[in-house]
Design a binder for this molecule. Structure first.
Ligand SMILES: Cc1cc2nc3c(=O)[nH]c(=O)nc-3n(C[C@H](O)[C@H](O)[C@H](O)COP(=O)(O)OP(=O)(O)OC[C@H]3O[C@@H](n4cnc5c(N)ncnc54)[C@H](O)[C@@H]3O)c2cc1C
Length: 386
């Protein structure tokens, strides 16, 4: 490794981008993050963090702030939409996979990650429009006419990634004609009713709904759905478009009273298209590499999109450290070789929406994965979906 400290530009200050800035800081790599938004917005949504992602967050100092605020569900509970019959329940004590299972407001996770990255490295209002690699450097061009240089670039710019388009070429994410409603609101709206100590997924015939608390004191709850919608309904900026709460209630008529109580209480909701993508032919080219939704966007049905982006961040840092910190193409190939079999499998199971619907399948390959310590082989995960 040369004396000069490498510097990496990260495109996108989402969960993946922030997390990789924090993991790279741990190995002494300097990063700058370029984000298109003018500031962070408090996106009204919940997020589940499973033990596999919590192990990464622990090492970068994000576990403790989350523990203080997040809700720790007793179990993954899967129930039939109408009778409420328990299809599968997996209690999730911390001892099971060596880390907690937490549910929280997305903004809490974002804030904790922002506190874990070095001050002053996030540059807002920098929408990437071009990349040029020459003479051992990459030049980033932004929509405002400015540019920046780095030894390497990580594209953590989400499902509509510009970095991916530059690397692989243009294409559209897959929209299978399903949309999601979501809402996060005060438990006071429930007027004394409880939703239980678990994160519950209610499985209907062609639709489902997942419900959980997002605050340790149960003062706030969240739900997210999946149901059919005409395929041309699409949102480019997915987090802010509103839904009609009456249409939502209509779509879940006939569901168990516990579900209907939550939907009746819900004051407002958002709606957006569920997008996914087939595994990409490659994740990197020379000094440019992809991470998170930019390279493996998936349906949210296993709650693993952010979790796998967080795992990517730890493994990418390990690969850079192992190859000496400045052999970028070598490190990026090694990272892809280890990560792609796992993320492709998770993409496939997520797409099929079969995870924990019933049966007693092994879950340890997913939740027990420890990105800091797993051997960096290219082996396929042992799990085979039914
Ligand atoms: C309904 C729903 C529920 C989910 N629930 C869970 C869950 O419970 N658990 C879980 O693990 N995952 C969940 N996910 C998935 C998770 O939200 C995503 O996988 C995760 O946010 C991906 O992070 P990312 O950093 O790769 O991309 P993003 O979060 O999309 O961040 C990309 C960032 O890049 C910026 N950007 C984009 N283009 C440019 C550009 N040209 N220049 C500069 N900046 C740019 C964007 O503004 C954004 O800030 C859910 C997803 C959905 C839709």
């Amino acid at each position: 490794m040369s004396d000069k400290k490498p510097s990496i530009a990260i495109v996108g200050a989402g969960i993946g981008g922030m997390c990789v800035a924090a993991t790279l800081q741990q190995i002494g790599v300097h990063t700058e993050i370029y984000e298109q938004a003018v500031r962070f917005a408090r996106v009204g949504a919940g997020i589940q963090m499973m033990p596999n992602s919590m192990k990464v967050l622990r090492r970068i100092g994000v576990e403790e702030p989350l523990r203080r605020k997040a809700f720790q569900p007793y179990s993954h509970l899967n129930r039939a939409w109408d009778t409420g019959e328990v299809l599968r329940e997996l209690p999730m004590p911390e001892s099971l996979f060596g880390a907690p299972y937490l549910c929280m407001h997305r903004a809490e996770l974002h804030e904790a990650l922002a506190a874990a990255v070095p001050e002053g490295i996030i540059h807002f209002n920098k929408r990437l429009v071009g990349l040029d690699e020459s003479a051992g450097q990459v030049t980033l061009a932004f929509a405002d006419g400015t540019s920046a240089h780095a030894d390497a670039v990580i594209g953590a710019d989400g499902v509509h990634s510009v970095v991916r388009q530059i690397l692989i070429g243009p294409d559209e994410p897959i929209h299978k004609g399903r949309i999601a409603y979501r809402a996060i609101f005060s438990s006071e709206y429930l007027k004394g009713k409880e939703i239980g100590a678990s994160r519950t997924k209610w499985w209907g015939l062609d639709r489902h709904i997942v419900i959980y608390y997002t605050a340790a004191d149960r003062s706030e709850l969240y739900f997210v759905t999946s149901l059919p919608e005409r395929a041309e309904w699409l949102t480019r900026e997915s987090w802010s478009s509103k839904g009609d709460v009456r249409e939502l209630r209509e779509a879940y008529q006939g569901f168990h009273p516990d579900v209907r109580d939550v939907l009746e209480a819900c004051p407002d909701c958002h709606k957006w298209a569920i997008l996914e993508r087939e595994p990409l032919p490659r994740w990197s080219d020379g000094r440019v590499v992809l991470l998170g939704d930019a390279c493996h966007p998936m349906t949210p049905y296993m709650a693993q999109g952010a979790a796998t982006a967080i795992e990517d961040a730890a493994v990418l840092a390990r690969c850079l450290r192992e190859t000496g910190g400045d052999n970028f193409p070598g490190a990026f190939k090694r990272y892809e070789a280890h990560r792609k079999p796992r993320t492709s499998l998770i993409q496939a199971i997520s797409s099929a929406n079969t995870w924990m619907k019933g049966g007693n399948d092994d879950t340890s390959w997913l939740y027990g994965y420890d990105a800091w310590n797993v051997p960096l082989t290219e082996k396929e995960p042992a799990y085979k979906p039914a």
